[in-house]
Design a protein around this ligand. Sequence first.
Ligand code: PLP
Length: 402
Amino acid sequence: MLAQRMTLLSGSGTAAARDAAKVAAATGRQIVDLAAGEVIIAPPRTVREGAIAAIEAGTNRYTDSIGISPLRGAIAEKLTKNTRVAWTAENIAVTNGAKQALLDAAFAILDPGDEVIIFRPCWPTFPSQVLLAGAKPVFVDVKAPDYIPSIESIRAVVSSRTKAIILNSPNNPTGAVYDRATLRAIGDLAIGYKLWIVSDECYSNFVFSDQGHESIVTSHPGIRSRTVLVNAFSKELAITGWRLGYFAAPPEIVSAAKKLQSHTTSNANVIAQHAILHHLCVSDGTFEREMHERLAKTRQDGLKILLGLVDVDVPRADGSFFFYLDLSGLLAKLPAGSSFRSANDISRVLLEAAGVASVAGSTFGDPNGLRLSFGAPPERLIPALEKVVATLNSLKNRQSAA
Ligand code: PLP
């Protein structure tokens, strides 16, 4: 008999989508994976060199549970530059990816019964971790085309139990990038109600609109003492498997994470820590620039193809590397007897009929959404998107996948 806590968790919808793609591929079919939350590209040479040098130097010991000091210092420097707010190593904890940074934050600030405001569609780990901490997710639904919450909609769900708001801009899955006015208003609200802000900025390097990424601590410097700013190298350096993330926060949160990590995972992988430190010390930013250029181009090319959709609006895709389609219009137009009643059905037909793996919005708490990653190699992405458009446009005349 498993612990009660396990009933709080469902499996990862993204992983399930990728598993379905693997099963289809195992039958010999050509499947294009647009379900992955990562950019398919080799990691930077500087990271690989740093790892090899650390291995050759015989680096093998435990480190401080929240990371080696020079790495914490280098991250503080990077964040100071990026956010235009001063950080020191005292503010930084190095973690096993952003996921652990978020879990540290949840365990450090939440008590059983506390409520946490989450904007939905949302990355499912946010509510799962809130539940694990004994607290309650309170959702505010955001809508196409911009998927940005209004302040009134947030204020409407604040209660005496509200403890925190989780922000994720640029957003997975919607691609929304929050504007300065919204961030300032959320900051004012958090200060007014004495709430924490947990700001997941993992996709900060992937903004394609003119406004660029701005952290809430830049938009609203007064919010800093109640913010846990989470980020990671997973996406920006295409090293999702290396497990290197961090957060920046007031020192009491860093001390809490130090205790937590010392009793859970100990330090993040020491070789990865040295590899990233090397990258931060010697890199001139070419990798990040080139990756951005590639994604900006595939985004443009992809959006042009999506213009061919008849009953689905072209998404804004301002940030992250996802096209998030709102299928509600298309679903409403399908004939009453159609076997496609939800985005789940449509995701399934895309896999079966077009050989394209996608993630249905139900994974993110949205029955009408469909997420397609443009982190796939361009030569595979473009033909796959053409098939997606042809398949979606044919649904009104199609009774089943076959
Ligand atoms: N935060 C968001 C919004 C994500 O989409 C993901 C991964 O998909 C993560 C965090 C996880 O990052 P990491 O791999 O660094 O734990």
